[in-house]
Design a protein around this ligand. Sequence first.
Ligand code: AMP
Ligand code: ZN
Length: 298
Amino acid sequence: MKGGETKKCRKCRKRAVVSLKTYKISLCDTCFPPFFERLVERDVKKYKIIKEDERVLAAVSGGKDSVALLSTLKAISSSLNFHIEALHIDLGIGEYSRKSTEICKKLCQELEIELNTVKLAEYGFTISDVSTKKVCSVCGNAKRYIFNRFARENGFDVIATGHNADDILANFFKNWLSGNRWWIEKQSPRTEGFDRVITRIRPLFLRTEKENAIYVLTRHLPFLADECPNAPQDRWKEIIYEIEAKIPGFKQNFVRNMFKEKKEVSDFRYCSICGEVSTSEICQFCRNIMKYGKNREA
Ligand code: AMP
Ligand code: ZN
């Protein structure tokens, strides 16, 4: 913004609260939430993330991402024709879990969504019983196990999580730079289930952490701002933040390209001037000769 000038909302001219560089648009607090929901609806259709009549179980922790997930899925559920319920796992992480559970109850009441709650303690242990070194992997494993088992035993077709573009990129960097290329598959917008494994979906895979935060604030939804007390500092997210500061839009472009449909190699023809393989009538090289060549006709 130049010289203290205030940006105006593209849709209603009120004072804008957010400027999205990727979409070259500024929006006010009233126009942003429906814009966000439309972006998610467009991605759900484009990437075939949810099919008609599916029973969707949204995993909610009470943090901004899963709160944004649940509210957005509810907003688009009637036009896309699917059923939505929530699942919250009480992990037994002291005050943090107590607050998370309360937030999920309040949220589901406001959104009029059925909330299912499972206590990890029902299985005989809680996250507080685990040594600090192993805590995050034990917690991640417990969540995945309970999501899957609960969904299967209660007739759900898909499990939705609030993973955002920052999470997906950080996981990709972490795994790719340690030599594991196969991780990409596991993070796609929809990973089909098999045998006793239920399909997993990530409808917010193209939304950034910041967009999710602005959405829950502008929709005035209850959410827990506290970080999990066990969560380590994520160095990859810091690195990604630095790249994004230098190359705005980098995160969303990267994640979009990760899941872009592969272009068929058979989709080619021959350049009508030189005969080399080309995807268009005249190949790019011949077009460049016509444009920059010294011998081009005036
Ligand atoms: P995390 O593994 O903490 O990064 O969380 C990833 C996603 O898992 C969140 O966006 C939620 O959809 C889901 N999730 C995390 N914690 C819980 C929880 N306690 N209960 C239900 N879902 C959760
Ligand atoms: Zn507006």
